[in-house]
Each structure stands twice: as structure tokens, then as C-alpha cells.
Design a protein around this ligand. Sequence first.
Ligand code: C2G
Length: 132
Amino acid sequence: MKKVITYGTFDLFHIGHLNLLKRAKKLGDYLVVAVSTDEFNLGKNKKCVHPFEERAKIVEAIKYVDEVIPETNWKQKITDVKNHEIDVFVIGDDWKGKFDFLKEFCEVVYLGRTEGISTTEIKQELSGQGKV
Ligand code: C2G
């Protein structure tokens, strides 16, 4: 069984996230998604609209996703790849090159992002209408 892993915040879940998860699943048979905790996101200067528990539940409900684990720090990826016997690490190409150190442990794939949508843009649009 070919196991794939990806990492992300997945706040205000949108089509860009769905496309990524769909394409990630196509790279293997089993997809693990590490969802960033609220505390970890503060370290990424991201304040989430939805708390970790809700973001994790939404991701878990996606048919391409087989397992959700928490992402609590930048240093867990190698351990995750080993402990979960991961064959492929995949993430959007906004991270291109940033995780090449994982090539020693598994395949590393950077996928093109879905254009024209991001959590930040959604927030800006809503705040522009005074809704956030
Ligand atoms: N994504 C995408 N297209 C978009 C927006 C996001 O393909 N329009 C992808 C990102 O490249 C990432 C995933 O969807 O692979 C989740 O995006 P975010 O929730 O923004 O995740 P991020 O903050 O990049 O966290 O350790 C890695 C980090 O946790 C990644």
C-alpha cells in the first residue's frame, strides 16, 4: 500500500484545498493529512477562523483523506514519514524546495496551486464587505 502525506492549515476549506487533497490521493492508496494546530499556526503568523478541532473534522470528512494527525511543529515531518511508513510527501508548490530534505526518506512532490483562491483572499473579500 502506497502511503502519501501532506501538511496544511486548511482554514475556511476551499476548492484549492480540495484539489490538492484529490491530487495527493492519486499519488498513492492511503492519504495522511497533518492539520496544523492553532498554536502551530500562530508560529506561521496565521490566525485561523476555524479552530483545529473543526478544521480537522472537515478534512477528515473528505473522501480522499484516510487519516488526520495534528501538525504541532516544524520538526515532525521526518518522524511522521518514518512512523507512518510514508512513500510520498506532497504539498503545494508555494513550498517548492522547502522540504527537499525529506528526499532521503520518501518521494517529494510539489503540486501546482489552484489559481485565484486562498484563505487570505477569502478573508480580505469578507472583511471588505465588513463581514469579518
Ligand atoms: N493550496 C493550493 N492551492 C490554493 C491554496 C492552497 O494548492 N489556492 C494548497 C497549499 O499549497 C497546501 C494546502 O493547500 O499544500 C494547504 O494550504 P494551507 O492551509 O495554506 O497550508 P499552509 O499554511 O501552506 O501549511 O508544514 C507545512 C505547512 O503546514 C503548510
